[in-house]
Design a protein around this ligand. Sequence first.
Ligand SMILES: [Zn+2]
Length: 85
Amino acid sequence: MSCLDESQLYYTLNLGDIMVQKKEFSNIHKQIVLSSQKHKCKNCEKKFNVANLPEFGYIDGNVSNNTKSNLQALCMECLENGKNQ
Ligand SMILES: [Zn+2]
C-alpha cells in the first residue's frame, strides 16, 4: 500500500504569470511538455493562460504511449483544427 496515487495529488501549473491549480493525471509529463514548449501552443505559438488553457494531445495517436516525447500541448483552436483534418 505504498503506491502513491498520482490522481490524488494536486499540482500547480505555472502558466507564465498565472498560476492555475488543477487535478489531473500524468502531471509531471504535462509540466515538462509545457516548459519545453515555453508555455506556448506547439502549433500557433499562442501563449497559454487562464483564457487559453493547454490541451494535451498524443503525437503518434497512441493513447497508451504516455511518455513526454509523445505528448504535445496545443491550444483548443489547434486541437479542434487537428480533429477536423
Ligand atoms: Zn494553437
